[in-house]
Design a binder for this molecule. Structure first.
Ligand code: ADP
Ligand code: MG
Length: 243
């Protein structure tokens, strides 16, 4: 059985179908890239999965259980965590305090993680911001704020990470460093879906790619196959973005 499964996921906003009968699976330990031009429905897939948006139709399964329309806290307790496209640290608190907020007090998962200073240091160290723990997020460069968002997601001790545009706004060196981090996470057994509006940062990282356009899955395959895929090229030709 797959670790994660979407079965006919559909999300409508009034007359707009943002995600249209979308199905795919992710196996344990796999890294799947979910790509598509802006507005394709990528973030909506994550918002539905994390209980931020109600589902119009279809089902979502995680670790053998249906999680469709579970609330965010329940989903996180089960072991799923998401890094949003937009960073939202609390600027009036230190980096350490921001991470601590996500350690889920009184949670089953906290028994494995915990909000003590040592574990917070470890979460930060996993993304190389352990020397910034006493700074405020507003004083950090963009790439460090994004790393903080990842550390916050790690603080819930997830088994699977949903990463929404993790490379956005980063330079090539920062992207390469982050790809290496994600490879380390994978080696440690983490399952991941990585969303990007293009394939650039993803090629090296992912085992498999799912491409959506206007909410519909238009292709699925290994990165080399997808790079050559005519339907995918045409979808990107119709948008202002590079593939
Ligand atoms: P992507 O992440 O691929 O750029 P999104 O999932 O953010 O795309 O958006 C897909 C479509 O759904 C877009 O047309 C967007 O405007 C619409 N959409 C997303 N969230 C909402 C919302 N809360 N209310 C109305 N429309 C939304
Ligand atoms: Mg998005």
């Amino acid at each position: 059985m797959s670790m994660f499964e979407l079965e006919g996921l559909t999300k409508r906003f009034g007359g707009l179908t943002a995600v249209d009968d979308l199905s795919f699976t992710v196996d344990r330990g796999e890294i799947v890239g979910l790509i598509g031009p802006n507005g394709s429905g990528k973030s909506t897939v994550f918002n539905c999965t994390m209980g931020r948006y109600s589902v119009t139709d279809g089902s979502i399964y995680f670790d053998g259980e249906e999680i469709t329309d579970d609330d965010t806290h329940e989903v996180v307790e089960r072991g799923l965590s998401r890094v949003s496209q937009e960073s939202n640290p609390i600027d009036a608190m230190t980096v350490a305090a921001n991470i601590k907020l996500f350690t889920l007090p009184n949670s089953v998962r906290t028994m494995r993680g915990g909000g003590d200073e040592e574990t917070i240091f470890e979460y930060a160290a996993r993304v190389d911001i352990e020397d910034k723990l006493h700074e405020e997020p507003g004083s950090l460069p963009h790439a460090d704020v994004r790393r903080l968002e990842i550390a916050k997601a790690l603080a819930t001790e997830p088994e699977m990470l949903l990463l929404d545009e993790p490379f956005a706004g980063m330079n090539q060196q920062e992207i390469d460093e982050l790809v290496t981090k994600f490879e380390t996470f994978r080696d440690e057994g983490m399952t991941m879906i990585v969303v990007d509006h293009n394939m650039g940062g993803l090629m090296r990282l992912v085992d498999r790619v799912v491409v959506i356009h206007n909410g519909v899955k238009i292709a699925e395959g290994d990165p080399d196959e997808i790079a050559e895929n005519e339907t995918v090229r045409n979808a990107y030709l119709g948008s202002s973005e590079a593939m």
